[in-house]
Design a protein around this ligand. Structure first.
Ligand SMILES: [Zn+2]
Length: 325
């Protein structure tokens, strides 16, 4: 069972460290001298781009942080917290101990009793996604269980389950109304809605990619091929600019996963549409020879995946078809 890790990171020292090794991921060429071969190989395998976001904790005054760190493992979810909110989320890829590497990356911590402690209990993770979830919402999700935010914590299975369930659910919620700028202004302007929606949409992409795609991969709704998550995007079925506010918020019905290897592009340009029975058909706009070849190879004769379960989306496929007819 993957656990949830709470990592406060908004005091001045943490902000400095965060900028140093998360905003600017660490080059694996720079870690090689400090790590045992096994850890270096594992990081290289898991982070083929050659850079890796890193974080570490000290042992803690009574060794309590080290004991917590020992419960962490790859696949756990880290919530970076501070100033009353969860502001980033990431997945742990590897944990390892290295005082030497920690000391080259970050100034050691000077503890309350004047000792110097390195951030040697380290962990690597994938690039974090932006979030803005107030502690109060997490606490609601936790119910009677506590949400510790004062220091590095590895939550219990029960706490973790509730938070992960909440994160998955909230990916499907419509955006929250923005706070009115003044008391006179009680309804949203379209611009405000768009801003709120865009923030939400980025978050949704993050959720889709991080939490909804099991095992880091998913299926294109059009060609039905499986891809790792970086090749899939949450595409609008009905052209977003033609959606009214209610439709824009109709997530997930108004969206689908489409691959970057052609399906999203052809659909977006109206070169393919979806017939009333769910079949993918080409339009007159599809005149390019290579694109035509792609259609023949990957889409001809296919229906939208799970068409019969996607009833809420049918009206959006109709709108898309009528727009491009
Ligand atoms: Zn596809």
């Amino acid at each position: 069972m993957p656990l949830v890790i709470v990592q406060p990171a908004r005091n001045p020292e943490a902000r400095r460290n965060y900028a140093r090794t998360v905003d600017n991921p660490v080059s694996l060429a720079a870690t090689a001298d400090y790590l045992i071969a096994e850890d270096q190989q594992e990081l290289t395998r898991l982070h083929p781009a050659g850079t890796v976001p890193l974080w570490g904790t000290t042992a803690g005054e009574r060794g309590q942080l080290k004991t917590r760190w020992e419960r962490m493992g790859s696949g756990d979810t880290i919530l970076f917290t501070g100033a009353g909110e969860v502001f980033k989320v990431a997945r742990v890829t590897h944990t390892f101990r290295s005082p030497d590497l920690a000391n080259t990356l970050w100034e050691p911590k000077i503890t309350a009793n004047g000792h110097s402690a390195s951030w040697e209990y380290m962990y690597a993770f994938n690039q974090p996604m932006d979030l803005a979830i107030p502690y109060t919402r997490i606490q609601e999700a936790l119910g009677d269980l506590p949400f510790p935010t004062r220091e590095f914590s590895v939550l219990s299975t029960a706490q973790s389950e509730r938070i992960l369930a909440y994160l998955q659910e909230s990916a499907q919620e419509p955006p929250l109304p923005p706070t009115p700028a003044s008391s006179r202004q009680m309804t949203w302007t379209s611009e405000e809605f768009d801003r709120a929606y865009l923030a939400k949409r980025r978050t949704e992409q993050a959720y889709l990619r991080q939490f909804l795609l099991t095992g880091g991969s998913g299926q294109c709704a059009l060609c039905a091929r499986s891809f790792s998550k970086e090749f899939l995007i949450a595409a609008h079925i009905k052209k977003r600019s033609l959606c009214d506010d209610e439709e824009k918020a109709d997530i997930p019905a108004v969206a689908m996963l489409a691959c970057k290897f052609g399906c999203d592009e052809l659909f977006e340009r109206g070169m393919i549409v979806v017939a009333p029975d769910g079949h993918i058909t080409k339009t007159k706009k599809l005149s390019d020879l290579e694109a035509g070849q792609y259609f023949t190879e990957h889409l001809s004769g296919r229906s939208v995946s799970n068409w019969h379960q996607r009833i809420d989306s049918h009206k959006y496929f109709i709108a898309h078809r009528e727009h491009w007819r």
